[in-house]
Design a protein around this ligand. Structure first.
Ligand SMILES: [Zn+2]
Length: 253
């Protein structure tokens, strides 16, 4: 049984629910991510599946529409929908959403909400290592910080690991032949800080690369990583399940 710490059910299936004709047997838990007011609003229409957790936050793209009113709405949703985590939030300088300053404001405000509501955070960081690192250092929410779809190399990893309560989640791109520095980062990630995710429907792992990703493909990433780290597959599954319980299901780290 596998845990997928990051996927987008709405982007995969058109709604934040698991399709009835698709098996869920191999999935232990998954975290479904909603990244906009529209996606968050639709969550209340679906009754929760016991092994599907919700996380939500305003994606960096929304930095130009972040106002005190939007913040009040987000607080209301956190209080009423009680997500497992806040995210994905962060910085994306690859896509030039708004300005760096606007992205940073949105990111820091949501780190403060995570602190206030005692929620772990799921971080999106692309082409923005220095600002992500320095903002996390200054505005650390005090809760678990999960770097989703880790996209940096071993040097950046070492820096991030200096921060408190940092966890690293690798996606299917760690299986790609050219991902040498990502695998170097994987090798140096302490085993008790490791998560795996699909980020479905994006970034399908080998041998499904090029196909539309689904949380069911998490199995390929687990097999690849177990082989790469020379761990028995059940050991890797157990290790990540233990970390998941500690970070997400226990009241305190
Ligand atoms: Zn995502």
């Amino acid at each position: 049984m596998y845990i997928d710490t990051h996927c987008h059910l709405t982007h995969c299936f058109g709604s934040p629910s698991w399709p009835q004709d698709l098996t869920f047997d191999s999935i232990h838990y998954l975290i479904d991510i909603s990244i906009s007011p529209q996606e968050i609003l639709s969550l209340s229409q679906y009754s929760p599946h016991p092994r599907i957790f919700r996380a939500f936050g305003f994606y960096p793209e929304l930095c130009t529409m972040w106002t005190p009113e939007e913040k009040r709405r987000l607080c209301h949703w956190i209080e009423t929908l009680n997500p497992l985590a806040i995210g994905e939030i962060g910085l994306d300088y690859h896509h030039h959403y708004g300005t760096p300053k606007l992205q940073q404001n949105l990111f820091v405000d949501q780190l403060a909400l995570a602190h206030e509501y005692r929620k772990p955070v799921l971080i999106h960081s692309r082409n923005a290592f220095h600002d992500t690192f320095s903002l996390l250092k200054t505005f650390h929410p005090g809760t678990a910080v999960i770097l989703h779809c880790f996209g940096y190399g071993p040097h950046e990893l070492e820096q991030f690991l200096l921060l408190d309560n940092i966890f690293i989640s690798f996606a299917g791109n760690v299986t790609y032949p050219s991902a040498h520095s990502l695998r170097e980062a994987l090798l140096r990630t302490p085993q008790e800080r490791l998560f795996l995710e699909t980020d479905a429907p994006y970034l399908s792992p080998l041998p499904m690369r090029g196909k539309r990703n689904t949380p069911l493909y998490i199995e390929h990433t687990y097999r690849y990583v177990a082989d790469f780290l020379q761990l028995p597959l059940p050991t890797l599954c157990e290790m990540i399940a233990t970390t998941f319980s500690r970070v997400f299901l226990s009241p305190k780290l």
